[in-house]
Design a protein around this ligand. Structure first.
Ligand code: SAH
Ligand code: DHB
Ligand code: MG
Length: 223
């Protein structure tokens, strides 16, 4: 079992079930042309986010970590008429490329890209009294996941789904002594999720074209 096999199986899954889409492909091409790292979710993962948003009937989606807007497009395409997505990004270049990709996708009226460190923009959203969100996707800097989880709880509707990407890190998360701030951020997230009575949570390991990682899912079960 190795990366080559995981990539081949991801290709098979994607060729079978995730029809190629010129807008999504153009977004990935624009990201590469602008020198953005290819750390977007894989196509089959993007479709999973899309299906989760559809299943949830999400009308309001919050994304923390836009990059070039690849996952943003998958999520925003699941919104019903009148639905909105807010996505937070700290890098001006990423936000700019994302905005162009979203414009091309015809989603500029639906998606708002907010530039700045997410801890600040989350506080700002809360201060503004932003309408609560049905689905929150946490996918920015991993050492700040605990902070994002705290804001997510403040900004979530009861019953909301909180998905956090990259919570396995090639298995590094089982090592309590690991000095990587990303690993420590994820471990603190697991502790907080476990201790938080308002959340019911699990996590799933994944292998695929983007390597060995995983995602957590938490549902807001109380307030
Ligand atoms: N969700 C995207 C991938 C996001 S990659 C997709 O799947 O298509 C992570 C992004 O988080 C990067 O663009 C990075 O610039 C951004 N980021 C890192 N630290 C951040 C911070 N403090 N606030 C907001 N965004 C941040
Ligand atoms: C990184 C970030 C991601 O969101 C991801 O899916 C993979 C890698 C990173 O910062 O390296
Ligand atoms: Mg990610």
């Amino acid at each position: 079992m190795d990366q080559e096999q995981w990539t081949a199986v991801d290709r098979y899954i994607t060729d079978s079930l995730v029809p190629s889409d010129p807008i999504l492909e153009a977004a990935l091409e624009a990201n590469a042309a602008a020198g953005l790292p290819s750390i977007d979710v894989a196509p089959n993962q993007g479709k999973l986010l899309h299906l989760l948003a559809m299943t949830k009937g999400a009308r309001r989606i919050l994304e923390i970590g836009t990059l070039g807007g690849y996952s943003t497009i998958w999520l925003a395409r699941a919104l019903p008429a009148g639905g909105r997505l807010v996505t937070l990004e700290v890098e001006p270049k990423h936000a700019e490329v994302a905005q162009a990709n979203l414009d091309r996708a015809g989603l500029s009226g639906v998606v708002e890209v907010r530039l700045g460190p997410a801890a600040g923009t989350l506080a700002q959203l809360h201060k503004e009294g932003a309408e609560p969100f049905d689905l929150i996707f946490i996918d920015a800097d991993k050492q700040n996941i605990p902070t994002y989880l705290e804001w997510a709880l403040k900004l979530a509707k009861p019953g909301a789904l909180i998905v956090t990407d990259n919570v396995v890190r090639e298995g590094a998360i089982v090592d309590a002594e690991n000095a990587d701030p990303a690993v420590q951020g994820v471990r603190t997230m697991f502790e907080r999720m476990a201790a938080e009575p308002r959340l019911s949570a699990t996590a799933i390991q994944t292998v695929g074209s983007k390597g060995y990682d995983g995602f957590a899912m938490a549902v807001v079960v109380g307030d």
